[in-house]
Ligand binder design. Structure first.
Ligand code: NAP
Ligand code: GDP
Length: 325
């Protein structure tokens, strides 16, 4: 018997998560902005027409992504570009009768403060406003959820679902633009620079007190691949939070300490003692109960994931620099 080879297209294929999926499924199709600028209306529709392949599924990862400071400083752009990209991709998938989509939201798009008593669940997504720091990005992502839900309701042949990851980190993260990057890649590049200057103190933004859940990119990639290959159903709301247990969250200062240790840096000093605008959300704690209902998975510990990521960075960036000099 000849086994059927699924045809799957991944947008955002050159990013952090795209690279992790490619490691597991190199035979799938991976695109980035050099193949098609997804923020230009109609571009993805034309791209699919020209390619003339009937895909079984599209994994839509492409986005204008960044850490707290990018989201705070470019709210309009984060809203417009992500809204355009998402609308363009989902509409084209619907028109081309692609039966399955996995889209990507983020736990930072949940209502701010809703986690004060209990971890948030998939059903909480629209129960209040997101944190002001990422108002634009969050609403663009929430509309993606609405778009998928409307399509699912109107067409029973389609299942367009969304994963909702907490902070992701790993190899191939954004190490090129630390000012706009998430906290892990920003601090890894900072530590590498400090080490070259023989400095033993890492200064971090904010108070270091905000709490975050983190997922290693390879773990998330396995969840996405299993969902597509086994055609898993997240349920009527079509959402799946991808995060460790709610109590497995760490202060930014603790995470900074783990990274500093990988570069033999002993001191971590936050810029403020108390809460400031540079802290962003205090927390965005989410439940992973549904993830455990669907998957028998043990997630990589933050200690192991940070060590592997720092080692990857040292080889990819520091060693190649050494080779050039
Ligand atoms: P990433 O590393 O920043 O990669 C973004 C990808 O999107 C790149 O391949 C990029 O291609 C592509 N892209 C950006 N603008 C495009 C455009 N106009 N047209 C076509 N492609 C474009 O992103 P990531 O961290 O892997 O994130 C993947 C998904 O997870 C995103 O939807 C993000 O919102 C979500 N997410 C991320 C985090 C996190 O901590 N990183 C947390 C929660 C959710 P080019 O290289 O050509 O620009
Ligand atoms: P968030 O989880 O969506 O808020 O995004 P980030 O991954 O950017 O994490 C932001 C948190 O890390 C905030 O509490 C920041 O104060 C803290 N942080 C400390 N130093 C840095 C840094 O150099 N870059 C970033 N992005 N965040 C930092």
């Amino acid at each position: 018997m000849v086994s059927y080879k699924m045809k799957v297209l991944v947008t955002g294929g050159t990013g952090l998560v795209g690279n992790a999926i490619r490691t597991i499924k190199p035979e799938w199709t991976y695109i980035n902005s050099s193949h098609c600028d997804l923020s230009v209306y109609g571009s993805f529709d034309k791209f699919l027409k020209d390619l003339n392949i009937q895909f079984d599924a599209v994994i839509h990862l492409a986005a204008n992504v960044g850490g707290l400071f990018k989201n705070m400083n470019h709210k309009v752009k984060m809203f417009e570009q992500n809204l355009l990209m998402n609308m363009n991709v989902v509409e084209a998938c619907r028109r081309h009768n692609i039966p399955r989509m996995i889209c990507c939201l983020s736990t930072c798009v949940f209502p701010d403060g809703l986690d004060s008593d209990n971890p948030m669940t998939e059903s909480d997504l629209h129960k209040g406003e997101p944190h002001d720091s990422n108002f634009g990005y969050a609403y663009a992502k929430r509309i993606l959820d609405v778009h998928c839900r409307l399509i699912n309701e109107s067409d029973p042949t389609k299942r367009y679902q969304s994963i909702i990851p907490c902070n992701i980190y790993g190899p191939h993260d954004n190490f090129q633009d630390p000012e706009n990057a998430h906290v892990v890649p920003a601090l890894i590049t900072k530590c590498a620079a400090l080490k070259e200057l023989d400095c033993n103190t890492l200064n971090i933004k904010g108070s270091g007190n905000p709490m975050r859940q983190f997922i290693y990119s390879a773990d998330l990639a396995h969840i996405i691949v299993d969902t597509v290959v086994n055609d898993l159903d997240f349920g009527p709301d079509a959402r799946l939070i991808c995060a460790p247990e709610p109590h497995v969250e760490y202060s930014i200062k603790h995470v900074a300490g783990l990274i500093a240790k990988q570069f033999d840096i002993d001191n971590v000093v936050p810029e403020n003692n108390t809460e400031s605008i540079n802290d962003g959300q205090k927390s965005k704690t989410c439940s992973n109960a549904r993830l455990h209902e669907l998957f028998d998975i043990t997630l990589t510990s933050l200690e192991d994931g940070i060590e592997t990521t720092c080692n990857w960075y040292k080889v990819a960036y520091l060693y190649s620099k050494f080779q050039r000099s």
